[in-house]
Design a protein around this ligand. Structure first.
Ligand code: FAD
Length: 317
């Protein structure tokens, strides 16, 4: 079922979450068993992230370094199939511009359609860590809005390099990303909102936000999005802080602020266990307020570690 239908049907805030494919060489069994307890909270959908290639350097005996492109977390499509089979929930694969040309995107969408996927989250993706800026593939998309456009064209039976419309139409519901604290490359919030509006005008039917730790940022974002004339549902992304390292890593990586009252508590923590406890308490407070505000779903970034999300969800749902 489409995410938009799940949201329409719901008479209260839903529970949903995102997982990462395991590192190459690890089994899926552990991941599926790990998320099984979360099914208690009846998620109508589970997102599966996509990870493009990264570059690694292999040293040869002659001392020369070879640059190799490799995917560390392949398997997004297979995991979607496994989740749908095992848990009878909808799986939402993330689909990137980065690393794909249009033909490869089309073929990936055909695969997804054939395994019964009805929703995709269309994203640009970031540059590989060793590259400074996002560079699209030759004949690939520059921005998520172009990817949305391609998916919608397929929904209308228009494939690449085909003169005529096909009789078989895909029917993907497309979600896109939104940034309550602005996307880091956008020169201003107003600019970023215009780009978000383009994604919706091209056919995106819902928005999932980047994580945030200050609900006020989400509420202000929703107001600004509505003022910009965007009416689609905006699902808040929730990420509890669980380790000492994340206190600096999350703001640096995702360009977001940790509010002072949270920082005051985190500064007292010496161990990961203490941070996790504060992180869970904070996320519970955030979630309670968001539920009160009748957000469509609480969408958890689990990083495939379901225990923390379980501890929060059991206080909310
Ligand atoms: P876009 O919407 O294309 O925007 C990127 C930047 O370009 C923005 O600054 C925007 O303002 C600007 N822009 C857009 N259109 C134009 C235009 N026409 N002209 C000029 N500027 C423009 N990454 C992964 O690799 N895998 C994942 O699975 C993944 N999942 C995510 C899930 C969520 C909910 C979120 C919020 C992010 C996720 N990301 C993921 C990260 C995402 O790929 C990065 O944040 C990326 O930098 C931007 O992606 P986007 O789709 O928002 O890009």
């Amino acid at each position: 079922m489409k995410i938009t239908e799940h949201l329409k049907k719901a008479d209260q805030t839903l529970f949903s979450f995102e997982i990462l494919p395991p590192l190459k060489g690890q089994s899926l069994k552990e991941l599926l068993e790990g998320i099984a307890p979360l099914m208690e909270f009846k998620p109508p959908f589970v997102d599966v992230t996509y990870h493009r290639e990264e570059y690694i350097y292999k040293k040869h005996p002659n001392g020369l370094l070879e640059k190799i492109s490799t995917k560390k977390r392949p398997g997004t499509v297979g995991i979607c199939a496994a989740i749908m089979n095992r848990f009878q929930v909808d799986a939402v694969p993330h689909l990137l511009c980065g690393g794909f040309n249009k033909e490869e995107t089309e073929n990936a969408l055909i695969d997804l359609n054939f395994i019964g996927v009805e929703n995709v989250l269309a994203l640009r993706g970031d540059a590989p860590k060793t590259e400074g800026k996002f560079i699209p593939e030759p004949d690939g998309h520059h921005f998520a809005s172009e990817l949305v456009e391609q998916i919608v064209r397929m929904n209308n039976g228009k494939y690449l390099h085909e003169e005529t419309e096909t009789s078989f139409h895909t029917d993907f519901c497309v979600g896109v990303a939104g940034y309550p604290e602005k996307h880091f490359e956008a020169p201003s919030m107003k600019f970023d909102l215009k780009r978000l509006k383009e994604k919706v005008e091209k056919g995106a039917e819902y928005i999932v936000t980047q994580m945030f730790f200050d609900n006020q940022k989400y509420f202000e974002f929703v107001d600004q999005v509505r003022e910009a004339g965007i009416t689609v549902p905006i699902i808040p992304g929730i990420k509890p802080i669980t380790t000492v390292g994340q206190i600096t890593m999350l703001p640096r990586t995702f360009f977001l602020d940790l509010p002072d009252p949270l920082m005051d508590e985190l500064e007292k923590c010496k161990t990961n266990a203490e941070v996790r406890e504060v992180g869970i308490e904070w996320a519970i407070k955030q979630c309670k307020e968001l539920v009160k505000a009748e957000v469509p779903s609480l969408h958890f970034y689990t990083m495939s570690k379901a225990g923390t999300t379980y501890a929060i969800a059991k206080e909310i749902f």
